[in-house]
Design a protein around this ligand. Structure first.
Ligand code: ADP
Ligand code: MG
Length: 267
């Protein structure tokens, strides 16, 4: 949120609602930055203001903590994010990378393709954008109820490594599986009734064992996401050229159509 301190120059700290960081007189929500500025400005005005301010700051810190915990719960329980990447956040990314992914973050394009060797930060980048998407979904909701956090299921992003996704689909071939292959594919293509996985990270394309079936399944998945304008990030140790040789031109060309290709230079 943009700092609103300039608009609140005349705000008295006594009108500060400690529980929501709002000014009762002006109905304005204060950002952390506002509070810092207010602290400097009102430090001359004695103990009562100081103690109101301290409790507003404490409350804000508690809310932030609660929010962080909640986001990590969502990432691990509903989004399938591996523990290693739980703390990945947009603030970790350089200005250069942020600029390159701008078309994706502003919604001008549905996908990112992140090629390159191991350890350059592809998965970290993908998960940091998952966290960001939860934050923006959550922000809309917490605006009305700041201490209640809930992100609707269909707004939750989902992470899956390609080899795991293929074994999950293969497992549906067993008769006693709850989901049919069709239902599971619909979940991943975002075409299911509940519109799950509207933002999907497909990690490590090319690390799976290649068969005609795996090639066809991956093509169908990417093609359906392409047709339905579903947000998708694909990471791979291979370049698009290599992908088009390893699979076929169809998959590579779909990826080109959905995705901005961003080659990271390392951490
Ligand atoms: N921008 C970053 N800031 C902090 N740690 C990072 C960043 N990018 C990557 N890392 C960490 O470096 C390690 C390798 O990154 P990773 O995303 O797994 O690379 P890749 O997917 O390209 O193989 C991981 O532990 C990851 O959390
Ligand atoms: Mg990776």
């Amino acid at each position: 949120m943009k700092s609103q301190i300039n608009m609140t120059g005349s705000a008295k700290l006594s009108t500060f609602n400690q529980f929501q960081n709002t000014c009762d007189e002006h109905g304005i929500i204060f950002t952390d930055k506002d509070i810092d500025v207010l602290r400097d400005r009102f430090s001359l005005y004695g103990d009562e203001y100081q103690s109101n301010l301290m409790s507003a700051i404490r409350k804000r810190a508690e809310l932030n903590n609660k929010r962080q915990k909640h986001i990590e719960e969502i990432l691990s329980e509903s989004c399938n994010v591996p523990k290693r990447y739980m703390a990945a956040k947009k603030e970790d990314l350089s200005a250069e990378v942020l600029k390159e992914i701008d078309a994706f973050t502003t919604g001008r394009i549905e996908g990112l393709f992140l090629p390159g060797g191991p350890g350059i930060g592809k998965t970290h980048l993908a998960v940091s954008l998952m966290r960001e998407s939860i934050l923006s979904a959550e922000r809309d909701i917490t605006f009305q109820a700041p201490d209640r956090f809930y992100v609707k299921q269909y707004l939750r992003p989902y992470f899956q490594a390609i080899p795991d996704l293929l074994s999950e689909i293969r497992n549906t071939f067993d008769d006693d599986n709850d989901l049919s292959e069709k239902q599971l594919m619909e979940k991943y293509t975002g075409e299911g009734k509940d519109q799950n996985h509207s933002f999907l990270v497909l990690d490590d394309l090319g690390s799976e064992k290649k068969t005609d079936w795996s090639e066809q399944t991956i093509y169908t998945l990417i093609d359906h996401r392409y047709r339905n304008l579903k947000r998708t990030i694909i990471t791979s140790n291979f370049s698009l050229n290599e992908i088009s040789k390893k699979y076929n031109d169809r998959s590579a060309s779909r990826i080109t159509e959905i995705c901005e290709v961003v080659t990271l230079k390392g951490i």
